[in-house]
Design a protein around this ligand. Sequence first.
Ligand code: NAD
Length: 389
Amino acid sequence: MAETPRIEPGCGAGCSDWQHVSPGTGPTMSFMHESRAQRVAFGAGQALEFVRAELSRTPSIRPLLIVGSAGTTLAAAISADLPAARIWDEVIQHVPAEIAERARAAAGDADADAIVSIGGGSATGLAKAVALTTGLPIIAVPTTYAGSEATDVWGVTEDGRKITGTDPRVLPRTVVYDSMLTASLPVPLSISSGLNALAHCVDALWAPRANPINAGTALEGARALRVALRALIADPRDSDARDGCLYGTYLAGVAFASAGSGMHHKICHVLGGTLDLPHAATHAVVLPYVLAHNTPGASRQARRLAVALGAQTVAPESALVALQTLRTQLGAPRSLGELGMTEQDIPVVLPQILHSIPSSNPVPVTEQSVAGLLRAAIRGAEPIVKEDA
Ligand code: NAD
């Protein structure tokens, strides 16, 4: 009897076991997948035209414009059309609860009928905090590669703790990508932010709702980000590279939103919320340590990631080698120590981290393993895949 042929979609050289994309998924494909409804308008130099079209479609005449440092020109052009628009420009990383409260009050005072956020993840995050209690629709215009615009995840920080949750009200109704708005993003921030996007791709491979659709999306995101970030470091004014970063960012955010938060994001959220470390750079540093930690329990995902990251060989450890090569080429930040974290901070963050890492993580975590990971990341020591993990 003829053998049933195996179909291997989207699988790179040497990767024959594509179907094992999440822990516990057997050789027969069986999974649940949920997509989030959202319109994406993508085009360099077209943000104003796209936002106008979206506001008329919403319809909105009194939008609250939540504006980060790179959004002031666009915000002025939008409000020139709409005299009742209100501009809010107090945007702080990790969304302090007190600012969220005041922005919500401003939305109420202005009788706002929509929110337009123009800025990085912090501006999008504040827009989400307002939408969470008001239900106002968001049009998000990102100026970094944080990817928050593609998710229904919100976060607010109070008393040194970042509380996060998911809610359909905070998912932007429309995302407007205009790479010209990212041209002013300094190279070090572009690199850290791009690696933040890459972290969405990697965590989506083993997060609690990982599935083959998220994996396919995440791996194309990783491939696109690798190519675009290398082009960007060669020429930061390369508009194709900036477009490629936004394309990869969106795929990364979509995969992350669907798969959920894995070990990497749980660690970084605690470090950001409790120690106020810079978000993107923290992700850029922690990613190789989490990849090294999880590779022994996620060898199939690691092989596919190695292909996406352009590795020369497709052994599981090749993903880490390729990531480290990319990070070196990009001049990525190397240690949590250089971002301000010390070993004295470990006992402060460890209980929160251990509590939040999903039990489905491919390699079970212990107090010792997470403390060791943090110590190595503080020093910037070379991450190592432990075969006996
Ligand atoms: P950010 O928004 O704080 O921006 C970092 C700095 O870059 C700021 O000083 C900002 O003014 C500046 N900047 C932004 N765009 C610029 C541009 N084009 N040119 C010049 N300067 C520019 O940082 P971020 O990394 O984009 O976002 C971090 C925040 O987003 C964190 O609070 C994080 O938790 C959140 N986030 C949330 C999600 C989610 O799904 N909810 C996902 C990713 C990030």
